[in-house]
Design a protein. Structure first.
Length: 350
């Protein structure tokens, strides 16, 4: 069984898997077998399911300080090295002086969505207690701890938009250095996305599509949709629930952590979340979804292990080179307003 046969990047060996070495495969192997998973129990949480998945360490590469492949070598860990090179040792990302975005996923799509996620997504809603208490307003703060990143104060909390720390008041020279470091690290993140991490992004998209197209997942999603309809809610796909409820609460603008939600709107979205969680349980959508995803991840990691190992080596080399270049980069980089790094937009909802 083969998915993603239309994937154009498969024609490009090292363009898609930029970490290819001379003896590496000619491109990502995307051939998979649809697993027979039955009706497995749902995991205790979406994040718990990801923590044991074969692809999670690779999806975390570059955004986690604790991915097991490149310890303490994330874009966020670069903050301390850059600020130290600028003459301000001990300044870390958690202090919020250097601003970097963190994109969260409510859909499971993209690289970041295979590393960290929130309770809701293509698997429905996991956790009735959370649904009853928070609905779709669960704070993303735990995502930072899942990545072993000290959480700064958040200014935005919508999973499909960047969460960025507010900038504390510091002397102008230090703020100038922080602005330069933000730009330097954003440029590094963008470069690694199209370089050392490109193949990992390709495989992440393949995994996400494989799961969405799997017959067992489709059948469970139909059962979930029918359950929602019986309770008065019309949704074709589980991913659509969060988007609709967010727009109902906040409109189409950026969601601020301090935004006010009326009691009526909050009660309404909690009711939807609880129904979502109940229907996820009755259809076993989450159990089936994550079991299927785990199978596809293991198949693709096994088939592409050599290229994945090469990607890790290339990323670590790029990271070490970046650290060595900080003194020179700080002399040539201009301080400028914060701009999100393209590389971090890796977890858009599917």
């Amino acid at each position: 069984m083969r998915f993603r046969s239309h994937l154009s990047v498969l024609a490009c060996c090292c363009a898609a898997l930029a970490a290819c070495s001379a003896d590496a495969p000619n491109g990502p192997n995307t051939t998979v077998r649809a697993p027979s998973v039955g009706r497995p129990p749902a995991p205790v949480s979406a994040q718990a399911a990801l923590s044991t998945a074969a692809f999670t360490p690779y999806a975390s590469l570059g955004i986690s300080d604790d991915d097991g492949l490149a310890p303490d070598e994330s874009e966020y860990a670069l903050v301390e090295s850059c600020m130290s090179a600028a003459g301000y040792p001990g300044v870390t990302y958690s202090e919020g002086v250097v601003r970097l975005p963190l994109f969260l996923s409510g859909g499971g799509g993209g690289v970041g969505g295979l590393a960290i996620t929130l309770p809701w997504g293509g698997w429905g809603y996991l956790g009735t207690a959370d649904a009853q208490q928070y609905g779709f307003r669960v704070s993303p703060g735990t995502a930072f701890s899942n990545l072993n990143i000290g959480a700064p104060s958040l200014r935005a909390s919508e999973p499909s938009t960047p969460s960025t720390p507010s900038t504390p008041s510091v002397p102008a020279p230090e703020q100038d250095a922080a602005s330069k470091c933000s730009t330097i690290i954003a440029d590094f993140a963008t470069a690694t996305q199209s370089g050392a991490l490109a193949g990992i992004g390709t495989l992440a998209n393949v995994i996400t599509t494989d799961v969405a197209q799997d017959p067992a997942v489709k059948a469970a999603a139909r059962a979930w949709s029918a359950c929602m309809a019986k309770n008065g809610y019309s949704f074709g796909q589980p991913q659509a629930v969060f988007q609709q409820e967010t727009e109902a609460m906040y409109g189409n603008g950026q969601v601020s952590a301090g935004a006010t939600v009326s009691a009526a709107a909050n009660q309404a979205q909690i009711a939807v979340a609880v129904t979502d969680a109940d229907c996820s349980e009755s259809s076993d959508l989450a159990g089936i979804y994550f079991a299927v995803q785990a199978s596809y991840e293991q198949q693709l990691v096994t088939a592409n292990q050599q290229a994945l190992n090469a990607a890790v080596s290339h990323y670590r080399a790029a990271y070490a080179k970046e650290v060595s270049q900080f003194p020179a980069l700080l002399r040539t980089t201009k301080a400028e307003p914060f701009r999100p790094a393209a590389t971090l937009h890796r977890s858009a909802s599917s």
